[in-house]
Design a binder for this molecule. Structure first.
Ligand SMILES: N[C@@H](CCC(=O)N[C@@H](CS)C(=O)NCC(=O)O)C(=O)O
Length: 246
């Protein structure tokens, strides 16, 4: 905990359950981003798990996770949590960044949370090859009669949202061609050594990592192999993983 501030408030991360994937703290990329942000910042925290995101609605009117309770005060939205963590552990998440690089770090964070996340959601919910395993993992706790109906209805809503986001509107082939083109550019941009914006990892690394690393498991095997085909990107992802895991 080399970055740990001398004293810190109590931090409770309201999130979903643990996963059955080794080294993956959450199936939610935004919760994964929050775990790795807090770890990189050297901040101690505990988790409060729930089966559904809206179980934490008392702390976040949108019904989404993550929410971080800071001495009991709810901070909802992973980007707001990053800003909070930057304030709690000065320098730990934006080390070495001047004003221009700091602005760029937020732009990368935005790309991760919006563009990359669209493909992430499509991989989990829209890709027919992945859906059966994703459905079984997400809805295992649901009673069988409800499980026969509700996941399909939720999937229909998520697909409608993905079409509205222009992720799925032109169909699967166009979606995955765009994803591969984006991966190619990220692979070409990935640093040969060090981290996305320099020698030290920053919140930009963590945000990009969360949306890409969260795909590198059996639930999204097709997209995992797309990422695996980009060696510079994979080497950087592994460095970020090592730097933010402890
Ligand atoms: N902008 C939010 C997005 C959070 C988000 O999409 N969380 C998902 C889980 S990965 C969720 O709660 N989904 C349920 C919903 O949107 O109703 C953030 O950065 O925290």
């Amino acid at each position: 905990m080399k970055n740990a501030p001398a004293s810190q408030p109590s931090l409770v991360l309201c999130e979903l359950g643990a996963t059955d994937v080794a080294g993956l703290e959450s199936m939610s990329p935004f919760c994964l981003k929050t775990h790795r942000t807090l770890k990189l910042a050297g901040l101690r925290y505990t988790s409060r798990h729930a089966d559904r995101p809206d179980a934490h609605r008392a702390y976040n009117a949108t019904g989404q996770v993550p929410v971080l309770l800071v001495d009991g005060r709810p901070v909802a939205d992973s980007s707001a949590i990053v800003r909070e963590a930057v304030g709690l552990a000065p320098g730990a998440l934006d080390r070495g960044l001047d004003a221009r690089a700091l602005a760029e770090a937020w732009l990368w964070e935005e790309l991760a949370d919006t563009a990359l996340n669209g493909f992430f959601v499509a991989a989990r919910w829209a890709d027919d090859a992945n859906w059966p395993a994703v459905r079984d993992a997400y809805f295992a706790a649901m009673p069988a009669p409800v499980r026969a109906v509700v996941p399909a209805l939720l999937r229909r809503n998520v697909l409608a949202a993905l079409r509205a986001r222009d992720v799925w509107r032109a169909g699967p082939d166009a979606c995955w061609a765009r994803f591969e083109a984006l991966l190619d550019r990220l692979d070409a941009r990935a640093p040969a050594a060090g981290y996305w914006l320099g020698a030290a990892p920053t919140f930009a690394d963590v945000a990009l990592f969360a949306q890409l690393h969260g795909l590198r498991n059996r639930y999204t095997a097709r997209q995992a192999s797309m990422v695996a085909a980009r060696p510079s990107l994979v080497a950087w992802l592994d460095r970020v993983d090592a730097a933010t895991r402890a």
